[in-house]
Each structure stands twice: as structure tokens, then as C-alpha cells.
Design a protein around this ligand. Structure first.
Ligand code: 2PG
Ligand code: MG
Length: 401
């Protein structure tokens, strides 16, 4: 039986050295699952609420655990997540914290899979999943909120769209990351790394484009398949609401100018993916850009949609994007993340399952991407908390879990 008999919560470290919530779920006949909440730095205004880990743990122990233990089956994910919503009682998890909620939700899913003796992606997605794999988007150069004194654009993402297998794709992104290191060394540009393991050189965006274009081209030539690249502009972080303009290090851009600028970048660099090119509340400007370049590239809403079906519905109505980022902790449960993916897929919106800048060794998102047949996963290129997910994808592909 998969009835939950214990839920344990603790504070553990994340990749930034901050505390985060880890949950263990145990079932009646010995099933065990463990999940840990990630954490964002460039968080969307409309995300579910992350509480201080101690606070989230205390609130979840008081309110959520009694609704789960001896009450709910770990294998019944919708009931687990409904119990979390009922325990919280708000629409943004501000009582028990989205960090407690998502850790418990993921731990319960893993306990359910453990009981079935099935890999998590099969428990979540069914017996016929595991044939298709997401293309990993690998953050290779970045700045914004993830690194000081680096690029304005938050992420430059290697996109090995022609890779014959997920393993080839993962290694291609690592090779691009390595190639960029060499180019930076040739140019005598010192570079530390940002929060996600991407290089964080003190260069302007123009030079970063040049470097990433060169690196992807070189590696593509070496491996013999197409490697493009994309961006997470994280434009909400640069938008000045009062002056209604986007503030870059060397200039500002009006909304119109920002749309034109992004459209030019898409053509010039053949970008395959552009996330959050505009402010998180500007569905209309998103729609104007999607109208312009939506045939050529993916315009993805992260802070715009925050994995929320209501916001996604508005985006579908207005034609704001043709892609959505999926972050379970933005919305608080796997059920909510699943529903967002389903709504997206039904409407021709491509889901991109994503990590956060603050991560742990948790590999749930790799399974979620395979379970939902997501075409892309964004989970970095280097660093242990990133490679945990990438290596799990390699294992899933090899059926070696
Ligand atoms: O903006 C993003 O897409 C993410 C992950 O790359 O960053 P953060 O977790 O800081 O929101
Ligand atoms: Mg983003």
C-alpha cells in the first residue's frame, strides 16, 4: 500500500549555500521518496511564495503533515497535492511556503514510484514514456541577477537542436561551455562563474553574442550536428516601471525598441529560443514580438506565466508566446506543473522544464520532462547540482536507473 505514514522535513543546503527545504515521505509498506526545493534569484512577481526554510518547515509540520499522514496515498499525486492546497488555504502557498509544498509533492511522487518499483518518469507519465527526450538548453554565459559585473542578459543558452541523442546533447553543451573558457582565455578575459555554473565574464552583451556564436559554431563543426543558441533575457529585472523602459548598462530601450532589438537578435544570430524578452506583466508586447518572430523562434514566458494555468490561459488568448517555462516551485506542486504542461501542449505551446538558479541534487525535473514528453529542459551545463539532472537524463535514456 502506498498510504503515507510519515513525512519528515529538514533544512538542507542549496547550491548558493542557502538553506532550503528537504522532505522525506514514507509509505505503509516501506516506500520512500525524498525531494528538495530549489530557489530562484530572478523570481517572477506572480510566483508562489517561498518562506524562510525554518518557517516553511514549521508551518508544514503543523498544517500539512496531519492532512497527509494516514490520510493520503503517495501514489495518488492529485490527492497529495490537493491536501497540500487544503492545508495551505491560500492561492499562493503563502501559509506553508511553496518550498515546503514542492518538496513534499516531489517526495510523495518518488515514494509512489518506489512502491511501484517504477522509475519516477514512468509513475508520472505512464508505461509508454521514455522514448523521447528533451533537448537540454545549457547556460554557458550569464549575468543579470545571477552574477555581478557581467552581461545584462541573464543567460546565453547552448541549444544542441541537431543532437542524435540526449547524451550527445548533454556533452555538446559541456563542450560549448569548455570552448567558451578557451575563447575567454585567448582574449585574456578573466571569468568566474555565476550561480548556475555559466561563465560570468565582465563583457558587454555584444561581445558575449560573438563569443557564444563562435563557440557553438566550433563545437557544432566538431560533433557534426547543429548547435544553436538562445537567451533568457529576464527582462523583468531590467524593466523600470515608472519610466516604462528597459535599462541596460550602456543605454535604455522603450518597449518598442526592446521588441525591435530582440527581433534583430533573432535574425542576426538565428536564435532558437528567447525567454522573457519583455516585462512580466506585458502580455501585449510579448504578443507583438511573437507575431513578429514566432515562426522563427520560441518566445518563452517564464516570469510572464510562472507555471500558472490562469496566466497561461491569458497568454494563449492574447497570443503572447509559443513556449512556457515550467518550474514546479513557481506554482508549488507537481499536479499544478503537470496541468500547466497539459494546457500548453493542447494549445501548441512548447513546454520547457526548468531548474532554478539555486538548486540541490534533486533530479525530479529530469523525470518530469521525460514523463510529459517536453521538447526542452533547461538545467545548466556544468556544476554538480546541474549535472545531477543531466546525468539522470543519460541514465533514463539508457534505462539504467
Ligand atoms: O530565470 C530563470 O529562468 C531561472 C533559471 O535559470 O533563474 P531563477 O531561478 O533565478 O529565477
Ligand atoms: Mg527565466
Amino acid at each position: 500500500m502506498t498510504q503515507i505514514v510519515d513525512v519528515r522535513l529538514r533544512r538542507i543546503l542549496d547550491s548558493r549555500g542557502n538553506g532550503t527545504v528537504e522532505a522525506d515521505v514514507l509509505t505503509e509498506s516501506g516506500g520512500f521518496g525524498r525531494g528538495a526545493a530549489p530557489s530562484g534569484a530572478s523570481t517572477g512577481e506572480h510566483e508562489a511564495i517561498e518562506l524562510a526554510p525554518e518557517e516553511a518547515i514549521a508551518a508544514a509540520r503543523e498544517r500539512a503533515v496531519p492532512r497527509l499522514v494516514d490520510e493520503v496515498y503517495a501514489g495518488d499525486q492529485r490527492s497529495v497535492d490537493a491536501a497540500l492546497h487544503a492545508a495551505d488555504g491560500t492561492d499562493d502557498f503563502s501559509e506553508i511556503g511553496a518550498n515546503s509544498a514542492v518538496a513534499i509533492s516531489m517526495a510523495a511522487a518518488k515514494a509512489g514510484a518506489d512502491m511501484l518499483g517504477a522509475p519516477l518518469y514512468q509513475h508520472l507519465g505512464g508505461a509508454f514514456r521514455g522514448e523521447n527526450f528533451p533537448i537540454p538548453l545549457g547556460n554557458v554565459v550569464g549575468g543579470g541577477e545571477h552574477a555581478a559585473d557581467a552581461t545584462d542578459i541573464q543567460e546565453f543558452l547552448s541549444a544542441p537542436v541537431g543532437a542524435p541523442s540526449v547524451t550527445d546533447a548533454v556533452f555538446a553543451n559541456a563542450a560549448v561551455h569548455g570552448e567558451i573558457h578557451d575563447i575567454l582565455a585567448e582574449r585574456s578575459i578573466p571569468a568566474g562563474k555565476g550561480d548556475e555554473g555559466a561563465w560570468a565574464p565582465s563583457v558587454d552583451d555584444e561581445e558575449a553574442f560573438e563569443i557564444v556564436a563562435e563557440a557553438t559554431e566550433t563545437v557544432s563543426g566538431e560533433v557534426g550536428f547543429e548547435i544553436g543558441f538562445g537567451l533568457d533575457v529576464a527582462a523583468a529585472e531590467m524593466y523600470d516601471e515608472e519610466d516604462e523602459e528597459y535599462v541596460y548598462s550602456d543605454r535604455t530601450r522603450s518597449t518598442e525598441e526592446q521588441i525591435d532589438y530582440i527581433a534583430e537578435l533573432v535574425s542576426e544570430y538565428d536564435l532558437v529560443y528567447v525567454e522573457d524578452p519583455l516585462d512580466e506583466n506585458d502580455f501585449e508586447a510579448f504578443a507583438d514580438l511573437t507575431e513578429k518572430v514566432g515562426e522563427q523562434t520560441l518566445i518563452c514566458g517564464d516570469d510572464l506565466f510562472v507555471t500558472n494555468t490562469e496566466r497561461l490561459s491569458q497568454g494563449i488568448e492574447q497570443g503572447s508566446a509559443n513556449s512556457i517555462l515550467i518550474k514546479p516551485n513557481q506554482i508549488g506542486t507537481l499536479t499544478d506543473a503537470f496541468d500547466a504542461i497539459e494546457l500548453a501542449t493542447r494549445n501548441g505551446i512548447e513546454p520547457v522544464v526548468s531548474h532554478r538558479s539555486g538548486e540541490t541534487e534533486d533530479t525530479t525535473i529530469a523525470h518530469l520532462a521525460v514523463a510529459t514528453d517536453a521538447p526542452f529542459i533547461k538545467t545548466g551545463a556544468a556544476g554538480g547540482e546541474r549535472t545531477a539532472k543531466l546525468n539522470e537524463l543519460i541514465r533514463i535514456a539508457e534505462d539504467a536507473l
